[in-house]
Design a protein around this ligand. Structure first.
Ligand SMILES: NC(=O)c1ccc[n+]([C@@H]2O[C@H](COP(=O)([O-])OP(=O)(O)OC[C@H]3O[C@@H](n4cnc5c(N)ncnc54)[C@H](O)[C@@H]3O)[C@@H](O)[C@H]2O)c1
Length: 249
């Protein structure tokens, strides 16, 4: 307990399964948390549960497809929340489609939310982290970025690019006592995969998951806590794979 006392953490996608679990985990470890999402009602609901427990939590709207929305949100946060120590880029979209059938709009939206959105949020928090002389950036990728999978070229490409971006960023920031790393989960029990029918899910578990089950969001959050804490001071531009054995690097 108490690994993040005195820290202010911003979590995008905090209306979603993994983002919410990370917000709760960080809050339980003493961080003040800002829950950002385009689904503001759910983000507010998640924040209110923490506030009811006496924690400091706020929720705000962000649309990662709109640079102005991102700038406005981070500038509001600087006033109402303070200088960020930790950023987790958990917000993302996923959908399927063979590359030869993907529309350009589908491709652009995927890259726009998952890669460009993460880039813009990173850019917003760096000045605060430099002023704090301490920072942690955790970008969320996916095991698909390493393994590949038919029908997910746009999603996998966006996540592979997030990994490459984070490696470069980690080197740009290392002397400022800011660590940037990637958390790369395997299939996790959230709304992102809840649309799968039983047969697809069963095939996924049989074909892909040596561990025989999905991850729970709390397990991904525990890995995020490690990367957010002082314990991860020696981690620079690494990817922490937490995937039940879908692939082994
Ligand atoms: N669930 C999985 O199986 C799985 C596996 C590997 C990686 N991941 C990654 O983990 C992260 C969290 O995923 P999750 O499972 O919690 O998904 P989720 O769908 O439950 O949550 C994603 C959140 O992102 C938000 N979002 C989407 N587009 C947005 C936009 N334009 N602006 C602002 N917010 C937006 C959604 O409203 C949602 O609350 C994602 O980066 C995802 O790619 C998930």
């Amino acid at each position: 307990m108490g690994k993040l006392i005195g820290k202010k953490a911003i979590i995008t996608g905090a209306a979603g399964g993994i983002g919410q679990a990370i917000a709760e985990k960080f809050s339980n470890e003493g961080a003040d948390v800002a829950l950002l999402d385009m689904n503001i009602d759910q983000a507010k609901h998640n924040a209110s549960k923490l506030i009811a427990e006496g924690k400091i939590a706020i929720a705000d709207h962000i649309n990662l497809l709109e640079e102005d929305s991102i700038k406005d949100t981070f500038s509001r946060l600087k006033e109402s929340f303070g200088l960020a120590h930790i950023l987790v880029n958990s917000a993302a979209i996923a959908d399927g489609g063979l590359l030869e059938e993907l529309s350009t709009a589908q491709w652009d939206k995927m890259i726009g939310v998952n890669l460009r959105g993460s880039f813009l949020c990173c850019r917003e928090v760096i000045p605060s982290m430099k002023r704090n002389r301490w920072g942690r950036i955790i970008n969320i990728a996916s095991e698909v970025a390493h393994r590949g999978h038919p029908g997910l070229s746009h999603y996998a490409a966006s996540k592979a690019a997030v990994i490459a971006m984070t490696k470069c960023l980690s080197l740009e920031l290392v002397e400022d006592n800011i660590r940037a790393n990637v958390l790369s989960p395997g299939p996790t029990d959230t709304s992102m995969i809840s649309g799968l029918d039983e047969e697809t899910l069963s095939n996924l578990l049989t074909d892909l998951m040596p561990i025989g089950r999905l991850a729970q969001p709390n397990e991904i959050a525990s890995a995020a806590l490690y990367l957010a804490s002082d314990d991860a001071d020696f981690c620079v531009g690494m990817t922490l794979n937490i995937n039940g054995g879908t692939h082994r690097l």
